[in-house]
Design a protein around this ligand. Structure first.
Ligand code: AMP
Length: 388
């Protein structure tokens, strides 16, 4: 199969890595890709609006769309219209991520437990922007001061919902309409600082399996969370084909959905794909078989640059990636570029280092050993990923 991966981050590098291991693969392309992906695929440095014309020229057997923005904007529809097979939902089905109001309507119609909407702005509560916000559209307000600050910062349209408490987990399902297969749960760390301090980010690290949610609990979550939503979307005439990501919280009253995403999570994917023994490519192509997942653990540490999340960095030389890889760890490029053949920073989240092992503790040691071999000015990473 000839495959085109769309995107340029660590998630797309992990997808390209997993696809490149498939026996079915004949040719791998990426648009635009990044220097890490370029070692696995032919990268085409096109603008987002030029991806569909590029695909029309390349005629791949499958396009795998990584990020949410092109999906919400209708890239999958455009490609299907041109007769090209795509892993990724239509714009209509991608509203499950693109509009919190739509997601809530679908969940309520499907009977899937989620946070209640609140009419009055009173702490404790959560203020949420309705549209895509790259992980920055949520204010968790425990005090009046936090709520006032959120209300002055939040741009319309937003809504208020109950503040839920409990451990979070991410559960991914590959869906073809109502048919779906599920990954084991993963956990991500959203705050910039150790001990969950500081501002929210796009994600500072992930791990799987979890100490408090067994891998096989995913099967039940598929039936109680994903399947009813997939049925409801199909009933509305907008079936979902792609990756349905459920962000969940285990509260004292049971599991509640915090959000749905319409694509692989970044950086959870970087910890989940190294656990997968199944060939990913036929699954993405719609041939759904239950996933074969190894008992091995994976821990991913995100290395950031500049003043992330306020501001990223560019042009700073990066050393030690080969040394890190020589340990057996995987180094996924998230925000890098090549300047005169030299690897430099180009973004906020720069590299994702994934260690694997027989236990989470082993995987964690492997990830941190590899991360410690990488250096660039301004590099920051959390030291407590997968600690508990
Ligand atoms: P989201 O962008 O919806 O994933 O939200 C980002 C983060 O905000 C989540 O991972 C949670 O930690 C937190 N969050 C979102 N909604 C709620 C809620 N209703 N109660 C408590 N925390 C929430």
């Amino acid at each position: 199969m000839k495959v085109l991966v769309v995107g340029s981050g660590g998630r797309e590098h992990a997808l390209a890595w997993a696809i490149s291991r498939s026996d079915r693969l004949t040719e791998l392309h990426a648009a635009p890709g990044n220097p890490g992906i370029a070692r696995l695929a032919h990268c085409h440095p096109v603008r987002p609006e030029d991806v569909a014309p590029l695909a029309a020229e390349l005629r791949p057997d499958l396009v795998v769309v990584g990020p949410e923005a092109p999906l919400v904007a209708g890239l999958a529809d455009e490609l299907r219209h041109r007769g090209i097979a795509v892993f990724g939902p239509s714009a209509a089905a991608a509203q499950i991520e693109g509009s919190k109001t739509f997601a809530k309507e679908v969940m309520d119609a499907a009977g899937v437990p989620n946070a209640r909407r609140l009419a009055a702005a009173r702490p404790p509560c959560v203020v949420k922007l309705d549209g895509l916000a790259a992980g920055k559209g949520v204010w968790v307000c425990r005090t009046r001061e936090e709520l006032d600050a959120a209300l002055s910062e939040a741009r319309e349209p937003f809504h208020l919902e109950e503040l839920l408490e409990g451990p979070e987990l991410s559960v991914f399902a590959i869906a073809a309409g109502e048919n779906a297969v599920v990954f084991p749960p993963a956990r991500d760390y959203k705050r910039i600082g150790d001990g969950d301090t500081g501002p929210n980010t796009g994600g500072m690290g992930t791990f799987s399996p979890l100490p408090d949610v067994a891998d096989d609990e995913s099967a039940e979550i598929l039936e109680t969370v994903h399947r009813p939503v997939l049925r409801e979307l199909a009933r509305r005439g907008t079936p979902f084909n792609g990756l349905l990501y459920a962000g969940l919280m285990r509260t004292d009253d049971g599991l509640r959905v915090i959000e749905f995403n319409c694509r692989f999570g970044d950086p959870e994917t970087q910890s989940l794909l190294p656990r997968l023994d199944s060939d990913l490519l036929p699954l993405l192509a719609g041939q759904l078989e239950p996933l074969q997942v190894a008992p091995r653990a994976a821990v991913t540490v995100v290395l950031t640059g500049g003043e992330y999340p306020a501001q990223g960095d560019s042009g700073t030389p990066i050393e030690g990636v080969e040394d890190a890889e020589s340990t057996g760890a995987l180094v996924f490029h998230a925000g890098t570029a090549l300047h005169d053949g030299r690897l430099v920073t180009n973004g906020g989240r720069i590299l994702n280092v994934t260690g694997t092992g027989d236990s989470v503790a082993e995987a964690r040691t492997a990830a941190y050993d590899a991360a410690s071999r990488i250096h660039f000015a301004g590099m920051h990473y959390r030291k407590d990923i997968a600690n508990g």
